[in-house]
Design a protein around this ligand. Structure first.
Ligand SMILES: [Mn+2]
Length: 394
């Protein structure tokens, strides 16, 4: 009765999937894709984030999952170049067509999806996001809760006609989700819990964007002890936010960022989860870790033994040292778009150059990229008499 005059086939296809054998439900849980990262700085690196997203979608097809969960920070900010957004929309359209709309992409907004940097100032403009935009095109299912509503209305069933809702059922799995809320999650989670139906015989997933205290050093997070009570109503807490992968007590899952969004991400264990839920007498869950291809990286340290007096000499010395360290035969024929061409982390140590030849990181990066098979360079100047660090990522 609801399938008359629908804007597209989405609902009808969704209803069809509900008629399938529901003994086994499979999904991929990924997060922090950060589409749009590096788009102004490095075209090849910007495309890495799109590649990682495409890889997640293609894994979903290979493993024939029922849906994909994205735990927020799908976009890195509200600023998106039109060309990049067009590419993403086309990828999602292709995915829809290729899969006959049988694999839903279910997402929530993370803090990055709703933030914007403008002239060094960060501000939130509530209510807008690119996720809302692609949801309005019917390309994803965007979940959000109404925390001020009465318990039964906190999570409204997803309505494909208006493309809004707080929960959606796929076979016997119900996914509840809400956007990143600025308030302390420990508090609002108590309210959200009231909206989750207890003992309805379904497997419950709650999709959220926050970290757990202690999983990442010096990064604020939610106190685990204070949210443990959610386990009474949730079988799988699907998180995003921390870029480092972690699993807690077999019910809290954080996949980590899908591509390295900042220099520290390169050293983190990250990826996605492939989850199979089988209904026996009770639900049996199997979680496999999926590694994504990702851009290569390498560290090099160069010591200045003498005090250089011209910039030209410095650059010459660096290129000479790097050429000796790189196995040049190996990657010579690869284009920088190839993910095997690394991001170089370059540490400069030793005698600080003469004050008149200050190293220009942008210029040095360009010189290195022109002379060696690297896609981008991050330069750290750690001279013995000066301990400043240059890392342009914000
Ligand atoms: Mn993130």
């Amino acid at each position: 009765m609801t399938s008359v005059n629908l804007p597209d086939l989405q609902l009808r296809n969704y209803e069809k999937t509900q008629e399938n054998d529901n003994k086994i439900t499979k999904f991929i849980h990924a997060s922090d894709i950060h589409l749009g990262s590096h788009q102004y700085r490095n075209e090849n690196r910007a495309n890495d984030f799109i590649f990682a997203f495409e890889e997640i979608l293609s894994k979903a097809i290979t493993h024939q999952v029922d849906f994909i969960l994205l735990g927020g920070d799908v976009f890195t900010s509200l600023e998106m170049l039109p060309g990049k957004l067009t590419k993403i929309v086309n990828i999602l359209r292709d995915f829809k067509n290729k899969t006959d709309e049988r694999i839903l992409i279910i997402a929530i907004e993370g803090n990055h999806d709703i933030r914007k940097f403008s002239r060094g100032v960060r501000f939130n403009h509530r209510g807008q996001s690119w996720l809302k935009f692609i949801a309005s095109l019917g390309l994803i299912v965007l979940l959000d809760a109404d925390i001020n509503a009465s318990p039964e209305d906190i999570f409204k069933p997803y309505d494909f006609r208006v493309r809004k809702g707080g929960k959606i059922q796929v076979k016997n799995v119900v996914i509840y989700g809400s956007r990143y809320l600025k308030e302390k999650p420990e508090d609002y989670l108590l309210t959200l819990k009231e909206g989750i139906i207890k003992d309805d015989g379904n497997f419950h997933i709650l999709l959220q964007h926050f970290g757990i205290e202690g999983q990442m050093e010096h990064v604020p997070g939610v106190n685990y002890v204070r949210i443990k009570h959610l386990k009474e109503r949730i079988n799988y807490l699907a998180l995003g936010h921390y870029h480092l992968q972690f699993i807690l007590e077999d019910w809290v899952y954080n996949p980590g960022s899908s591509e390295a969004a900042c220099s520290t991400d390169f050293s983190f264990k990250r990826g996605a989860f492939l989850v199979t839920i089988t209904k026996e007498d009770k639900y049996v869950k199997e979680v496999k870790k999926i590694k994504l291809s990702n851009r290569a990286s390498r560290w090099e340290t160069i010591y200045f033994k003498t005090e250089f007096r011209t910039k030209g000499k410095i650059y010459e010395y660096i290129i000479h040292k790097l050429k000796r360290s790189f196995d040049l035969g190996k990657n010579l024929n690869l284009a920088p778009s190839n993910i095997h061409i690394p991001v170089l982390f370059l540490v400069l140590k030793g005698k600080k150059p003469f004050y008149r030849c200050k190293i220009d990181p942008k210029e040095l990066t360009q010189v290195i990229c022109e002379n060696l098979p690297v896609v981008d360079v991050r330069i750290y100047q750690k001279f013995s008499n000066d301990l400043t660090t240059i890392d342009t990522f914000v």
